[in-house]
Design a protein around this ligand. Structure first.
Ligand SMILES: Nc1nc2c(c(=O)[nH]1)N[C@H]1C(S)=C(S)[C@@H](COP(=O)(O)O)O[C@H]1N2
Ligand SMILES: [Mo]
Length: 220
């Protein structure tokens, strides 16, 4: 402890200052009234459309691996058994696709992104993630959004194993961003210091993709 402490420098204020600098308790979420559940320009569907690049890879759970390289203390390569042995979480969330359909109340089960990150331990300079899938698809998002409380590495939807066309055996779900950020058939989660454009982001889609601000396409 230094000598130039002011009386306000209690243990609590110093830990609060540390929490502030670390962004502790920040969820990255914004509360919205229930009347605004449907983002602007979206319409509700009851079915669940399939959208992808047209190549649906078939990955057996025997050959499946999940890699977590980049700016982490512990780079991971998990087998299906490793992944199943991790704490399993459930969540209910809405899907908002940039092609204007939304689907409410999807029940997911899988591993929360936070639990995965706890295991890999991001280095302080890690600020973005680049996701790479088994079909060659890539997409990018800030680490804080990947680590959102309701972001889940889903292996199950509505109590059933996630079907191959929807990204089985495992896909990401990040409910608060347009669904193109939710990589199906996820293979690699690379932690980066700087943002890089993924597949759609290189093809005119927004780098962030907030449905509430209609960030469908990049400005230029
Ligand atoms: N690996 C992979 N993930 C992907 C895509 C893709 O082509 N490949 N398409 C994205 C897009 S544009 C959307 S809208 C959603 C569609 O998911 P769904 O087919 O389960 O509805 O997946 C996203 N994740
Ligand atoms: Mo999409």
């Amino acid at each position: 402890m230094s000598d130039d402490q002011t009386p306000a420098d209690s243990k609590l204020t110093s830990s609060k200052r540390r929490w502030a600098s670390e962004g502790k308790f920040l969820t990255g979420r914004i509360s919205r009234p229930e009347t605004e559940r449907l983002p602007p320009g979206q319409h509700l569907v009851k079915n669940w459309p399939v959208l992808d690049l047209g190549q649906q890879p078939v990955i057996s759970t025997e050959s499946w691996r999940l890699e977590v390289p980049g700016l982490v203390e512990t780079p991971l390569t998990l087998t299906w058994a490793d992944f199943q042995a991790m704490e399993q979480s459930t969540g209910v969330s809405d899907i908002h696709c940039v092609t204007t359909w939304s689907r409410y109340d999807n029940n997911w089960k899988g591993v929360s992104t936070r639990d995965l990150l706890d295991r890999a331990m991001p280095k302080p300079e890690a600020a973005y993630v680049m996701l790479t899938s088994y079909d060659g698809y890539t997409t990018n998002l800030p680490l804080a959004d990947f680590a959102a409380e309701d972001a889940i590495l889903a292996t199950s939807w509505e109590g059933l194993p996630l079907t191959p066309e929807h990204g089985g055996p495992m896909r990401l779900v990040v409910p608060h961003l347009y669904f193109w950020k939710s990589a199906k058939w996820l293979r690699r989660i690379e932690l980066l210091a700087a943002d890089e454009a993924g597949f759609w982001e290189k093809n005119g889609y927004h780098m962030y993709g907030d449905p509430w601000r209609e960030q469908r396409y990049s400005d230029d």
